[in-house]
Design a protein around this ligand. Structure first.
Ligand code: M6R
Length: 602
């Protein structure tokens, strides 16, 4: 959610900033901006919409010689996506970029306005630059002014500030939103994740919450509440696995097609003929654990919900799942025999990260399942299992969800194996099915073409219900979320057996029901539920290996012997359906409106 870059050095700054922002654009694309100070020369550009608009605006500009520079790509939180609300925000002689939310900005703003300060934007961020200048005008010491400024801020932030009062220095602070510093000799980079600086910097330091400081003449001066502190840099990979579309129309499409391959990566070295191994977990990791609690948001929450069935059914361990934003404020009762699992594609989701911190404060052992190594959630957890999905650029998550589900399935088997609650013949059957998963995820041209044709019949109506039972209920939730995110149609996931308890009142010919009807799990039950809907004239798209005569549309799946194989195969169908509906509607598939890839605000 929003992206920050910064650079101090003698290289051409505009290109460094724009290239960095390009890598972060999927995190927010309401507007973008850069500010550069070179000696006496100050340049600032902003543009609403995609980064290409900013590129266009800065075509004639080139930076020369030593300078300091900051850039930002925005996902609007306070104030509309306008140029005035775009970062960097300007004071009288300083610029600031910020990710996160300043919770007390209203109070700060009122104080400043009482002093005669005029605000140009509706953002919380603008208060930072004015508070800074207020202090600096009083004490004429930019670092002390910056230090006093961040003391005043409540909430989550990662921020960079440059000022004509110190034209050779970048000031930085991090609390609750990610930020790192990259190094290449005298050149110093900042970014809110490592992708913008891979290939530029060779070493990195991931800032911790509460750290702040400044960079001058290639040196970083780092502080926290205890005062000045030293830090250790770590090597940064030089491998830029920059996600390209490789001939696909959209990143999301490419990522759907990649699922088969990445699943093999996810299993590599972990799935053996009659056992599951996780090098990441030491052998005593589950000692004393008799329950599991999982917290996550959005799609990650759906993978968690599916896994709760597996933990209880396969590992015989009690498992409950909570939406992280709800968990945070419910004053949950936590006991130390509970393993606290967080699931996150990005590893930066604010609500999930805060839930994890709460669990840690309560003394719970923690495990994260994440796609991004070194992310905040991974670093905060006692142990982490990486999903190995590779960079996911489509805002609507696909392969990250698939690999999360796979890791959770493996983990359920692993827990059963370690606790000896899972019979070895069941383990073998599960592993045999698991090894077939990559095949179940292969997208066949014929299926894709069928869904492309079918999608034209689903461009109207008053809503979609995705229905399923057992693990297919969370899959229904996920199918509905995918469609909602990129088509902007109203879609809901429902447990099929619940329809008759209210939602069936909506049934008519323009209520589209996507029925997940696996053969290997409760087929007759869901069939009756779908028949009830069909009797009320709902339009039914059935997805099943078993032909279903009441279906208005039918997708015949191939797997019928193991629920997880049916699950993954049906998942692909729902993803492609959402994709093709979105394409027909002319929507931006990879960067749907109002969304961002990484939600680092609460
Ligand atoms: O990075 P996370 O997995 O923690 O993100 C959680 C949700 O924000 C995310 O899954 C969101 O729902 C996606 N847009 C789903 O497509």
């Amino acid at each position: 959610m929003c992206g920050i870059v910064g650079y101090i050095g003698a290289k051409e700054k505009k290109e460094i900033l724009l290239d960095g922002l390009q890598e972060l654009e999927y995190r927010g694309y309401d507007s973008a901006g850069i500010a550069i100070i070179e000696g006496e020369k100050l340049s600032n550009f902003k543009a609403i919409g995609k980064l290409e608009n900013l590129r266009h605006k800065t075509e004639a500009y080139h930076s020369e010689g030593f300078g300091i520079s900051i850039g930002h790509t925005r996902w609007a939180t306070h104030g509309k996506p306008t140029e005035l609300n775009a970062h960097p925000h300007l004071g009288a002689y300083s610029y600031v970029v910020h990710n996160g939310i300043i919770e007390n900005y209203q109070e700060l703003k009122e104080e400043l306005q009482a002093d005669g300060v005029t605000f140009l934007s509706q953002t919380d961020t603008e208060t930072i630059v004015h508070v800074f200048e207020k202090f600096n005008n009083q004490i004429n010491n930019p670092f002390e002014a910056f230090e006093k400024t961040i003391e005043k801020l409540h909430g989550a932030y990662a921020t960079l500030l440059i000022t004509e009062a110190a034209p050779d220095t970048i000031f930085f602070a991090k609390n609750g939103s990610p930020m790192l510093i990259g190094f290449d000799g005298e050149d110093v980079y900042f970014a809110s994740s490592d992708t913008p600086i891979i290939g530029k910097a060779n070493e990195v330091y991931y800032l911790e919450d509460g750290e702040y400081g400044f960079v001058k003449e290639g040196k970083v001066f780092l502080f926290n509440a205890e005062g000045k502190k030293s830090f250790t840099k770590q090597a940064l990979t030089a491998d830029k696995v920059s996600a390209q579309k490789d001939g696909y129309r959209f990143f999301m499409e490419k990522e759907i097609y990649e699922q088969s391959y990445v699943m093999t990566e996810t299993m590599m070295g972990r799935v053996h003929d009659d056992s599951i191994l996780f090098d990441e977990l030491d052998e005593n990791f589950f000692d004393g654990i008799s329950a599991i609690k999982i917290c996550a948001c959005g799609t990650s929450y759906h993978s968690a919900l599916a896994s709760a069935y597996l933990f209880e059914r396969l590992a015989k361990v009690r498992c409950d799942v909570e939406i992280a934003s709800e968990f945070r404020y419910k004053e949950p009762l936590l006991t130390k025999d509970t393993l606290f699992i967080t699931i996150s594609q990005s590893g930066e989701t604010a609500d999930t990260l805060e839930a994890l911190k709460m669990a840690k404060r309560a003394g719970l052992r923690s495990l994260s399942i994440c796609n991004v190594d070194n992310s905040s959630i991974v670093r905060e957890s006692d142990a982490a299992i990486l999903t190995r999905a590779g960079i996911e650029k489509g805002v609507a998550s696909t392969k990250a969800f698939a690999t999360q589900t796979m890791v959770l399935w493996m983990l359920a088997l692993y827990v059963g194996q370690e606790k000896k609650t899972l019979a070895s013949d069941i383990l073998k059957t599960e592993v045999a099915a698991m090894l077939k998963t990559p095949k179940s995820l292969v997208v066949e041209e014929k299926l894709h073409a069928q869904l492309t044709r079918m999608s034209k019949r689903y461009l109207h109506g008053h809503g979609f219900f995705f229905i399923g039972r057992d693990i297919f209920f969370p899959l229904a939730l996920e199918g509905a979320l995918k469609l909602k995110e990129i088509s902007y149609f109203h879609a809901e996931g429902y447990p099929a057996g619940e329809m008759k308890h209210g939602p069936i009142a909506l049934a008519d010919s323009t209520l589209f029901t996507i029925a997940l009807m696996p053969k290997s799990m409760h087929y007759d039950k869901i069939k009756s539920n779908v028949e009830e809907l069909s009797a009320r004239d709902a339009t039914i798209l059935a997805i099943s290996p078993e032909p279903f005569e009441l279906a208005d549309d039918f997708i015949q799946t191939k797997y019928d012997s193991h629920p997880m194989l049916e699950y993954f195969e049906m998942m692909v169908v729902t993803q492609l359906l959402a994709l093709e509906i979105s394409v027909r509607l002319g929507n931006d598939v990879d960067m749907p409106r109002n969304l961002a890839k990484s939600v680092t605000v609460e």
